[in-house]
Design a protein around this ligand. Structure first.
Ligand code: GDP
Ligand code: IMO
Ligand code: MG
Length: 426
């Protein structure tokens, strides 16, 4: 099997979890390379819904080995609570997960600082984050103040590193952090119960993944978030704090470009976004409400309502370009089943200038007017279909219009949340 990356092509929640779960059945390893517990990847198996935040989705397939790379920021209580929950749901966990020794940790002060930062902002500047401490954890990493997983193997070093990090934040906050009850001892007390469990999982992720590859194992790289949430290429500042695009796989694991054979972009058949920031094709009318209701568009991590709108092929072309997407998995096609007509954004009107590309400065996205092409709806059920020939003609036309415009191959079409509700394109 080829080594494949599965990444989000829009603003996250495209259905990556479902697609990874299907492809993981053909892989030996599933590895996460970016983000943290801000991710929420859902897999529906029979009547049971699994929501994975930090644990790679491959954990649901017993034969698959899992690894969390150095590009991920890890909240240890969250990781172990998730593993325990999966174990309680009958999933075998023991010996199946490794963690990069150089991955950074999300610590209590990161969450406190994030809550404070969002609270202090005026309304317009608020990002609407998931409040999982992600931004401050990556900020400490870049500022060379972070605590890494390997630090838990050496308690003296851990205390020294915490002294430096917590001491710094306490000083710049004029003692606010310690007033909140957050100090070196409280953080050590939170980490201590996890030390003995984490240390045997630690590994050199780059060596582990590349040795597996050289041994003929096939690797599935599980992305988190989506292209337009990328710290460099997204709608900055309304983004997450990591590279969600292809580069994140290389730096988040220590693998070379030739390690990857296929880049699969997961594309929701319409667009959603949670949190603040520009969204050119957003619909605030009854069609938007219909997509929200039929698509059950509530955040997996925060439960917030997702904003909904038409498919944006201009933004998707950008995602294809940035990550070299070769194939797409089109999800939630069934949500569009009742519509008589479907609009697709094919160009942007930026103050009279018509362009098929996103503007150089993505913050201008809040000023552009989408130019739509209207396609006929199919108004018949696609839900649960497993064979491409059975798709209504107008649904096939929709799929081919997307693939032709983007210059990519269709790999899969998802017609429901369930594992089996999937068309594998031949
Ligand atoms: P991820 O973050 O990209 O893994 O996506 P989420 O799991 O956050 O959100 C996708 C949601 O859509 C989940 O509730 C899935 O169970 C659901 N889902 C995935 N594919 C389909 C589909 O083809 N049709 C429908 N109706 N739901 C889907
Ligand atoms: P998955 O992997 C959708 C959004 C948040 C917020 C912004 C910054 O499930 O697709 P953060 O907490 O990362 O600092 O928040 O990014 N966001 C996501 N939106 N899906 C996700 O992950 C997201 N992870 C972060 O809503 O707007
Ligand atoms: Mg999600």
């Amino acid at each position: 099997m080829p080594n494949r990356v599965v990444l989000g092509a829009q603003w996250g929640d495209e259905g990556k979890g479902k697609i990874v779960d299907i492809l993981a059945a053909q892989a030996d390893w599933v590895v996460r390379y970016s983000g943290g517990a801000n991710a929420g990847h859902t897999v529906k198996i029979d009547d049971h819904r699994f929501a994975l935040h930090l644990v790679p989705t491959g954990m649901l397939i017993p034969s698959v080995h899992c690894l969390i790379g150095n590009g991920v920021v890890i909240d240890l209580p969250c990781l172990f609570a998730e593993l325990d929950q999966l174990a309680g749901e009958g999933i075998k966990i023991a010996g199946r997960l490794q963690v990069a020794a150089n991955a950074h940790l999300v610590l209590p002060h990161h969450k406190l600082l994030e809550a404070q930062a969002e609270e202090l902002c005026d309304d317009a500047a608020r990002i609407g984050t998931t409040m999982r401490g992600i931004g401050p954890a990556y900020a400490d990493k870049i500022a060379r103040r972070g605590i890494r997983a390997a630090d838990l193997a050496d308690t003296d070093r851990l205390r020294q590193r915490l002294d430096a990090a917590i001491g710094y934040w306490d000083r710049v906050s004029h003692g606010w952090l310690s007033q909140k009850g957050c100090n070196v001892e409280s953080v050590l007390a939170e980490l201590r119960p996890h030390q003995a469990r984490l240390v045997p999982m630690l590994t050199d992720a780059s060596l582990a993944v590349q040795s597996a590859m050289h041994g003929g194992k096939s690797i599935l790289f599980e992305g988190a978030q989506g292209t337009l949430l990328d710290i460099d290429f997204g709608t900055y500042p309304y983004v997450t704090s990591s590279n969600t695009t292809i580069g994140g796989a290389f730096t988040g694991l220590g693998i070379p470009p030739r390690a990857i054979d296929q880049v699969i972009g997961v594309v929701k058949a319409y667009t959603t976004r949670v949190g603040r920031g520009p969204f050119p094709t957003e619909l605030t009318d009854s069609v938007g409400a219909l997509l929200q209701e039929r698509g059950l568009e509530y955040g997996t991590t925060t439960g917030r309502k997702r904003r909904c709108g038409w498919l944006d092929l201009v933004a998707l072309k950008y995602a294809v370009r940035i990550s070299g997407i070769t194939h797409i998995a089109l999800t939630k096609l069934d949500v569009l089943d009742t519509l008589a007509e479907i609009s697709v954004c094919v160009a942007y009107d930026d103050n009279g200038t018509i362009s098929p590309e996103v503007p150089m400065d993505l913050s201008r996205l809040d000023q552009i007017t989408p130019i739509y092409q209207r396609l006929p709806g199919w108004q018949s059920p696609s839900v649960g279909l497993t064979n491409c020939d059975r798709l209504p003609d107008h649904a096939k036309q929709y799929l081919h219009f997307i693939c032709d415009t983007l210059g990519v191959e269709p790999l899969m079409v998802s017609t429901g949340a369930g594992r089996e509700e999937t068309i594998v394109c031949g």
